[in-house]
Design a protein around this ligand. Sequence first.
Ligand code: ADP
Length: 396
Amino acid sequence: MYVLIINAGSSSVKFTLFKKDDLKVVADGIVERIGIKGTTIHMKNTEGKRISKETHVADTRRAVELIADLLADKNGVDIAGIGHRVVHGGEMINSSVVVDGRVKQIVKECFELAPLHNPPNLEGIEACEDIFPGVPQVAVFDTAFHTTLPEYAYLYGLPYPLYREDRIRRYGFHGTSHQYICRTAADFLGTPLKDLKIISCHLGNGCSITAVDGGRSIDTSMGFTPLEGLMMGTRCGDLDPAIVFYLMEHKHLDPRQINDLLNKQSGLLGLAGIGSSDLRDIFKAEKSGNQQAVTALNVFAYRIKKYIGAYAFAMGGIDAVVFTAGIGENSPGIREMVCRGLEGLRIVMDTEKNVAGNLAEREIQHNDSRVKILVIPTDEEKQIALETIELLHEER
Ligand code: ADP
C-alpha cells in the first residue's frame, strides 16, 4: 500500500509516493508551467523509470490525471490515502484533517487570505476525489501549527474590527516544516518535545523563524502573509509600513507594482544587485570583493540573529537553535554569521563541525555551548505522509 502526497501550486503540481509501511519514497516528480505554453513533466515512477517530457497541461486536474497515468508502467498502484499540502486554514483549522465537505468549504473561505495557493490546493483535492474515487484524503495546512500563538503574539496594533471582521492577524506559514524540525530535533536530542524550547530557522527562498515552547508554536516571523519577518530571496521582510505610502506618493507606484516590488524584487536579489537571489551567487560576489553583496549578507544574517534574540526572551530561555531548508542546511557561512558574537549567551558554534559536509541531522555547537545548535534537513512531504497515515488509522 502507498500514500500519495500532492502539492498543487499556482502553476505546478509536485507529488511524492511513499510506501506506507516504511515511508520509503518509491516515485516522485513535478509538472511545471501548468496552463502556460511548454508544460514539462519530470518524474520517476514506481518502476524506477525516469520520464521527462514537454506536453500541454491546461490545469491542475489534467496534471493530476497525467501523474496518475504515469505513476506505474505495468502494475497498478494501490493507494491507501492521499495527503495534500494546503497553505491556509485560517483560524478554523488547527491540525491536519480528513477532507470532507466542511474542510473544502473552509479552504474556499480562505481563498481571500491565500489567493495564489488555496484555489489550486482545492483543485488538487477535487481532482483526486474524481481520479482516485473512494481513497481517503487528508489536508495538511501550513498555518495549522501556528494556531497555538497567544493573542498578544498574533494581533497587530490595528483597530480591533480589522481582526474580528476582516481576519487581519498573524497566521504564520511553513508550519509543516517547523513541526517536522521540532519533532526530529527532540528525537535527535533524546529529550521529550514538551521539555524543549526550540528556535526553528527555516531558511530557503522563503525564510521564517519560529519559537516553539514545549512543542507549541508561540511566535513566528511570517505574518498575515509570508512577506513579514526575515529578509528572504526576493521578499523584503519587516518594513516600516509608511514606506508603502511613500512609494505611492513619490514613485507613483500602484498596489500591484508595490506588491511586485516587495515580494519579487527585494530581499537578497534587490539588496545585492547582482541579478540573482541565490545565496551561492551572493557569496561568490562577496568573495570577488562586491561590497553590496557583503551588505546583503550582513542584513540577511542580522535579521535572523535579532529574531533569535527576541524569541529567546519570548520563551524565557532556549535549549536549541535549529537550521533547516536550502540555506539553513547548506550554508555554513550564514550559520556562522548568525551565531557569531553570541558566546556571552552560551550559544557557541564549533566552527569545524559547522563546515563538516555531512548532509544528515547533526549538532554543530562547541562543547562550551549551553544551547544546542542543530542542522536538520527538512522533509515536508514526509511530515504530510506521517500525518496522513496517522489520520487514516484514526478513521478506521
Ligand atoms: P524553497 O523555499 O524554494 O524550497 P530551498 O529550501 O530549496 O527553497 O532553498 C533555496 C536557497 O538555498 C537558495 O537561496 C540557494 O542559494 C540556497 N542553497 C542551496 N544550496 C546551497 C549551498 N550549497 N550553499 C548555500 N546556499 C545554498
